[in-house]
Design a protein around this ligand. Structure first.
Ligand code: B12
Ligand code: SF4
Length: 469
């Protein structure tokens, strides 16, 4: 059987003018996971439109598999329609298909709701026998006994972080704006691999650096603790995501740091405490965010704090106050979002009467898609862009790093500067298809570097990487 698997891209990610590094970070792990269920005699390829130009006009496999995110839905449907017009069977799945199955079904021969580990092998068996349903809904949730992910199908050189990995699925929390409850409806919404399987998967990954894409790596304390015990001494450097309550809890963070954790993505969401209860962000309510940052820094872990703007208690000052707070507390990196109600979430149900449109392309957390309450749409969009600009000014990067001990200061400058201040150089590496060459730089900035002149060193090294291709 011949199978083509596609991760379609956002328009922004394929721009002839400029390619942001964030679209060349991670390979299509979901598709590589599904590819593992195909037989070794099947001919399969994975195409990621974020990093390669699709050449599918004459492609006529037996089956096309497309993963659909909200912001790539339009492109996904366009591709699906083109394949179906040629008589090729098309399977659609992923978050957006699960949120809006009827919309997706109009462009597919078969759709999948929820994670694919139970439904996809069932479908493959049906497909091979020549008769399959038009809709498969996941209900049996387990990560035990999964076939090894087909990482051989991933073109590693296209990605800065080819070693992305997930060892749990879902999350124990239920935030109002999150896709999680809708995606995992009908079965368990938080489950883990066996620790030994997770360690074996880590062992299979070459090099040093890992990025755990789990929603909440510290969500199951017993699992995480055993995982970090097993990882100690492996010499890995890694990044992950977790929540404020788990970071404030005793012991686990220390274990993670000993096992190589160097940077943690944390959903602080808002410095405006009045917003939290309405978003059901219970794990954040009443928590001391300054203590979260301090605890991470004291353990040698950098923070990438995520903030959402436009909640109902926000006013036009929220942008400047958030940036000032972040700089004052020495956040190394921050990710800002405009609140976006995703179909299927509790937030969407609440906000539906206030939606301005349903143009999914613009549901990218950079556009305002609803009527805000504490400010105008323009104030919200302009404030969002200003927050990014201001937070990543060199003056603010220096200020954020200034209060830290020398080596932590160097790391802060290298890491924040590397991501946000050398974008034209990243763009050149992406276009040459050799972005992986910059991985040693990322690894170096995650460790605590010695010496001065980080800014010029980063520039010199990126230049050398660009010249050598
Ligand atoms: C990696 C990642 C990215 C990468 C995506 C590219 C890539 N290579 O995967 C990058 C950095 C580009 C990215 C960008 C964005 N992201 Co993102 N990202 C993720 C993240 C952290 C991990 C995805 C992953 O690999 N999961 C692990 C794999 C194993 O699971 P999976 O991909 O879901 O695949 C499984 C199922 O979905 C299913 N499946 C999927 N497709 C199909 C197809 C078929 C036929 C079948 C049978 C099954 C099936 O089976 C797979 C195995 O179970 C998720 C959070 C998460 N934990 O999933 C957020 C997440 C997907 N991102 C999100 C958002 C909002 C964005 C941005 C809009 C943010 C922004 N402001 O820029 C952009 C735009 C994305 C786009 N292109 O449309 C949201 C999506 C919300 C939504 N409802 O769509 C998520 C869920 C984060 C969150 N908690 O809100 N992201
Ligand atoms: S903690 Fe994060 S992943 Fe978990 S429900 Fe909330 S937003 Fe979603």
């Amino acid at each position: 059987m011949r199978v083509t698997m596609i991760l379609p891209a956002l328009t922004e990610a394929t721009s002839p003018l400029f390619r942001p590094i964030k679209y060349s970070l991670f390979p299509p792990l979901g598709l590589a996971t599904l590819a593992a269920y195909l037989s070794p005699t099947d001919e399969v390829r994975i195409l990621d439109e974020h990093v390669t130009k699709l050449d599918v006009d004459d492609d006529t496999p037996d089956l096309v598999v497309i993963q659909v995110y909200i912001t790539s839905a339009r492109r996904a449907y366009e591709l699906a329609d083109a394949y179906r017009a040629r008589g090729v069977k098309v399977a659609l799945g992923g978050l957006h298909v699960t949120s809006l199955p009827d919309e997706a079904a109009a462009h597919a021969d078969v759709i999948f709701l929820g994670p694919g580990e139970d439904t996809w092998p069932q479908f493959l068996a049906d497909f091979r026998q020549g008769s399959f349903s038009s809709r498969y809904t996941s209900s049996r949730r387990t990560l035990v006994g999964l076939p090894p992910i087909r990482r051989d199908l991933i073109q590693r050189h296209h990605y800065l972080v080819p070693n992305s990995i997930v060892v749990t699925r879902g999350c124990p929390h239920h935030c109002d704006f999150c896709y999680k409850d809708a995606f995992f409806e009908g079965g368990k919404s938080f489950y883990t691999q066996l620790v030994d399987d997770a360690l074996a998967e880590i062992d299979r990954l070459p090099g040093k650096h890992l990025y755990f894409l789990d929603d909440h790596l510290l969500g199951n304390k017993r699992f995480a603790s055993a995982l970090f015990d097993g990882m100690r001494g492996m010499g890995r450097l890694w990044q992950a995501a977790s929540t404020v309550d788990a970071i404030l809890a005793p012991d686990l963070l220390e274990k993670a740091a000993e096992a190589g954790l160097r940077s943690m993505f944390v959903g602080l969401e808002t410095i405006n405490a009045a917003n939290l209860p309405s978003q059901r962000k219970r794990q954040n309510v009443g928590r001391d965010y300054a203590a979260v940052v301090r605890r991470l820094h004291d353990t040698g872990v950098m923070i990438n704090a995520s903030f959402v703007f436009g909640m109902d208690d926000d006013d036009p000052d929220v942008f400047d106050r958030t940036v000032a707070w972040g700089v004052e507390h020495g956040l190394e990196t921050a990710t800002f979002h405009i609140m976006t109600p995703y179909p299927g979430t509790a937030l969407y149900k609440r906000m539906e009467p206030r939606l301005l449109h349903k143009d999914w392309d613009l549901y990218d957390t950079r556009h305002v898609v609803y009527e805000p309450s504490g400010m105008t749409t323009t104030q919200l969009e302009e404030g969002y862009w200003r927050a990014y600009r201001d937070f990543y000014r060199w003056s603010n990067i220096w200020r954020g790093a200034a209060g830290k001990p020398a080596r932590a200061r160097m790391r802060h400058l290298a890491y924040a500067g590397g991501w946000k201040k050398f974008e034209p150089l990243w763009d050149a590496l992406i276009r040459s298809g050799q972005v992986l060459r910059a991985l040693p730089l990322l690894e170096r900035s995650l460790s605590l570097p010695d010496g001065d002149h980080i800014k010029s060193e980063m520039r010199r090294k990126l230049n050398t990487a660009v010249r050598s291709i």
